[in-house]
Design a protein around this ligand. Structure first.
Ligand code: IPM
Ligand code: MG
Length: 370
């Protein structure tokens, strides 16, 4: 029997709609060919929502996101919105969704596909076989801490404040996700902060250490300062398995880790909430790349990050491991065949458009499911 999953699709701005277009074809393929069945709802978000409704996230869209089984997100932002007041900016939409949906755990895997080893700016031996997971705390820290804002001082200067703040509970719940993830992977967690200069860093280290001793003594735990971690990621990234860190450090380190794989166009992410009493958890899936205004409308964006985000959706929201693997295998095969979008192009490969990459992946899915 087929079970209908409620999926809210928010393609957003820039290349979001282009890459989502290809993913929608794959979703339709799953609808036709596999047991899973989706009820899909689509809404505007970010700049596209601002243009139509005067706000980057309407109450209706937020309510739909809260009641969906999973949200598949594209990207938001663009230069035409840069002059908007802070609360109207496209980025507010994704930040509000994360906060309101309680998506505190952001999984950002960085994997190097064999076929793409040469697309990395690092030496092949440094990145070959790389498979690390950056776990970023997503609803706390300096992104949301109060007080925040800007004021004018009597002497005419302006003063701006952001607040980095974490509670023990916030640290424990993200650390718990890190240890659970590690148990299913390489069994290693590296906790990253700046406990040498920050109180929140000190608390972070204390709480991770305590939880480790109490609940996960068999997982190997290490600690690292965030600046050192940035360096180690480009020096010897394969030393890591799961990296757990706060919202801001996670933002920086995940971009850095993404580039090890050759292109931001390859990297998916999952943002998960807590599991409720019915065993359900809110979740949003989005590529790590942004709206890429420079290549919008040129049919050259790489749809793979969005597609792998859909694979994560199948895996983490619906426990459809085989279906997720189908997509991942199809991507791997297509890359191995030498097809490349511009961002991952290498000498001797065949440069293809967004749509042709989509065609190739669908053909490969057909083959795999035959
Ligand atoms: C990310 C992005 C966002 C962030 C922006 C778009 C608000 O950089 O998801 O990494 O800073 O979290
Ligand atoms: Mg970022």
């Amino acid at each position: 029997m087929k079970t209908n999953k409620k999926m809210l699709v928010l393609a957003g701005d820039g290349i979001g709609p282009e890459v989502m277009g290809q993913v929608r074809r794959v979703v339709d393929w799953f609808d036709r060919r596999r047991a899973v069945k989706f009820d899909i709802q689509e809404s505007l978000v970010g700049g596209a929502s601002y243009d139509k409704h005067g706000t980057p996230l309407t109450d209706k869209t937020l309510a739909d996101a809260l009641s969906a089984d999973a949200v598949l997100f594209g990207a938001v932002g663009g230069p035409q919105y840069d002059a908007l007041p802070f609360d109207k900016r496209p980025e507010r939409a994704i930040l509000a969704l994360r906060k309101e949906m309680g998506l505190f755990a952001n999984l950002r895997p960085a994997m190097v596909f064999d076929a793409l080893v040469d697309a990395s700016s690092l030496k092949p031996e440094v990145v070959r076989g790389l498979n690390i997971m950056i776990l970023r705390e997503l609803t706390g820290g300096v992104y949301f801490g109060e007080p925040r804002g800007m004021e004018k001082l009597p002497d005419g200067q302006r003063r701006a404040v952001d607040t980095q703040v974490y509670t023990t509970g916030e640290i424990q719940r993200i650390a718990r996700v890190a240890f659970e993830l590690a148990k299913k992977r390489g069994n290693k967690v590296c906790s990253v902060e700046k406990s040498n200069v920050m109180w929140t860093g000190q608390l972070w280290r204390d709480e991770v250490t305590k939880l480790h001793g109490a609940e996960f003594p068999k997982v190997e735990l290490s600690h690292m300062y965030a600046d050192n971690c940035a360096m180690q990621l480009v020096r010897n990234p394969k030393q890591f398995d799961v990296i757990v860190t706060d919202n801001l450090f996670g933002d920086l380190l995940s971009d850095c880790a993404a580039m090890l794989t050759g292109s931001l166009g390859m990297l998916p992410s999952a943002s998960l909430g807590a599991v409720d009493q019915q065993g359900r958890r809110r979740a949003l899936y989005e590529p790590v790349h942004g709206s890429a205004p420079d290549i919008v409308g040129k049919n050259m964006a790489n749809p793979i990050a969005e597609l792998l985000s859909f694979a994560m959706l199948l895996r983490y929201s619906f426990d459809l491991q085989d279906d997720a693997r189908l997509i991942e295998n199809a991507v791997e095969k297509v890359l191995a065949s030498g097809m490349r979008t511009a961002d991952i192009m290498s000498p001797g490969a065949a440069k293809v458009s967004t749509v042709v990459m989509g065609d190739a992946i669908l053909r490969e899915l057909d083959k795999q499911a035959a």
